[in-house]
Design a protein around this ligand. Structure first.
Ligand code: 5AD
Ligand code: SF4
Length: 484
């Protein structure tokens, strides 16, 4: 799905959106749920909704597979390798099932609709399949399995946003959290399976979003990331053509929603993902510029630097349009970091067209990028219309060129930051050393620095002293006082 990414920035094809990060977490309750999430941030946010729905039925989460009554995998279909990893995992669970015949194994999320028949009937790997809009039905689906039946609900909804469900924060640092603001996608990018797996776009009630942000802040969280496949098309009480649905109620677009959440507290940072170049308005940029606590970071997937390829991808913008949006960002928010998604070796991509992606990257000089080889997905427009004709070794070579270039750009950006001082929100202890803390600056770069007497959830001013292409190293100059 569009640019919704796993927590950390990833710069090769093997990780992003494709099933590496697992949240195996523990909460209180009598029956035990073992929950693994694969893929994008939206899946992680959905798993928190699932944990909440099942907590109401007396389930607590466990990290220990052996003690689980129910095992659920929240799956991703974005590229073939994501699906393969889930399949391997399911084969592994088959052995657990042999040891414990009462164990319920279920598949949730994007693979559900696509593979329900195969998984349930042919390979007999799972007992339960629930699509992204069917999570409220999980308790009764589990009951069905307990009664000896296979249980399936993959119906997609035009309304479901889980607005009233309070997610249980899983595997979190207590500082940063995701808030899902919309579901589904109405764009039909020809390579993308998301519109088929997650259904039509719908926005969540803004009041429930602000309420969730406020609650998180009161619990001590200091950063929320607003999630949607295409956040710029967030709209409440408005049709896609701009028609007001209920005259008695206010309408809210994404710029307005951002402002509403930014007003929760100047100490609550706001991030969002993902923006679509065709929909990203100057309004959103002006709102970002006006609020200190809206992070100066935009993920703006380009996919390709060549207009003809973009047309085949059905992205509905040209290279020039995209570069114009980049100019707007620089003009309105001069200190904004920009990242992107790039696909190497899309159907029919010539060497010259690939070189245009390279030249666009050189022009924009992204701070970060998520880069992939094209992977044909069933039912998509590209699968039906075009041949997946770029040989694997050519895709690999083009991707390597793209990655190498991006690594040099990331390093260049980081080197320019040496000597500068940033406001950092501390997320926790550094993975590599207990004596160091880590946190991000507004531009989303991770900074590592000696602990001193600071702790997670606090802000600090950190001066950068050194860097790699992925992180900055620094020392604390002062504790931060956030401007109101
Ligand atoms: N093959 C390769 N990459 C894909 N993406 C989406 N679909 C595919 C596919 N079929 C990438 C896009 C998107 C990101 C989340 O995943 O770059 O923005
Ligand atoms: Fe993103 Fe396009 Fe897929 Fe929608 S169809 S999720 S905009 S890549």
């Amino acid at each position: 799905m569009e640019g919704l990414h796993e927590g950390d920035k990833v710069i090769d094809d093997s990780l992003q959106g494709s099933a590496t990060l697992l949240d195996k977490v523990e909460t209180e309750g009598s029956k035990k749920l073992y929950l693994e999430s694969y893929g994008c941030q939206m899946n992680f946010a959905d798993s928190e909704v699932v944990a909440s729905i099942l907590a109401n039925e007396g389930y607590s989460t466990t990290k220990n597979l052996e003690e689980a009554d129910v095992v659920l995998l929240n799956t991703c279909s974005i590229r073939d390798n994501a699906e393969q990893r889930v399949r391997n995992r399911l084969t592994h669970f088959k052995r657990n099932k042999e040891d414990n015949p009462n164990l319920v194994v279920g598949v949730l999320g994007c693979m559900a609709e696509r593979l329900k028949k195969q998984l349930l009937e042919e390979e007999k790997l799972v007992d339960l399949v629930a699509g992204p809009d069917a999570y409220r039905d999980l308790p009764s689906l589990i009951d069905e399995v307990d009664d000896g039946r296979k249980a399936v609900n993959v119906l997609l909804s035009r309304e479901e946003t889980y607005a009233d469900i309070k997610p249980i924060r899983l595997g979190q640092n207590g500082v940063t959290a995701f808030i899902s603001i919309m579901r589904g996608c109405d764009n039909m990018c020809s390579f993308c399976v998301v519109p088929f797996t997650r259904g039509r776009e719908r926005s969540r009630n803004p009041e429930s979003i602000v309420e969730e942000a406020t609650e998180l802040f009161n619990q001590g969280f200091r950063e929320v990331t607003l999630l949607g496949q295409n956040v710029d098309s967030y709209r409440w009480n408005m049709s896609s053509k701009g028609r007001i649905k209920d005259e008695a109620k206010p309408t809210v677009n994404f710029a307005q929603l951002l402002e509403m959440v930014a007003k929760v507290s100047p100490e609550l940072r706001i991030r969002f993902s993902t923006s679509h170049p065709k929909d990203m308005t100057d309004d959103v940029l002006h709102t970002m510029a006006a609020y200190h606590n809206i992070c100066k970071y935009i993920h703006l997937p380009v996919q390709s630097g060549n207009t003809e390829v973009l047309e085949r991808m059905n992205r509905t913008y040209t290279r020039e349009w995209y570069l114009n949006r980049i100019d707007a960002i620089h003009r309105i928010i001069p200190d904004c970091a920009i990242s992107t998604d790039v696909i190497a070796g899309f159907c029919g991509e010539t060497e010259e067209q690939h070189q245009e992606t390279i030249s666009l990257m050189k022009e924009v000089k992204y701070d970060f990028a998520y880069m992939f080889k094209y992977s044909e997905r069933p039912r998509t427009l590209a699968e039906r219309k075009f041949e997946d004709d770029i040989p694997e070794e050519v895709k690999t070579r083009r991707l390597t060129e793209i990655i190498d270039l991006q690594m040099s750009h990331s390093l260049e950006h980081n080197q320019k930051n040496v000597g500068k001082t940033f406001e950092v929100l501390i997320e926790g202890t550094s993975k590599r050393s207990d004596e160091h803390l880590c946190g991000r600056n507004s531009q989303n770069t991770m900074i590592i620095f000696p602990k001193g007497n600071l702790k997670a959830g606090e802000y600090a001013h950190v001066k950068v002293t050194d860097c790699t292409s992925a992180t900055l190293l620094g020392e604390v100059v002062s504790k931060e006082v956030i401007p109101a």
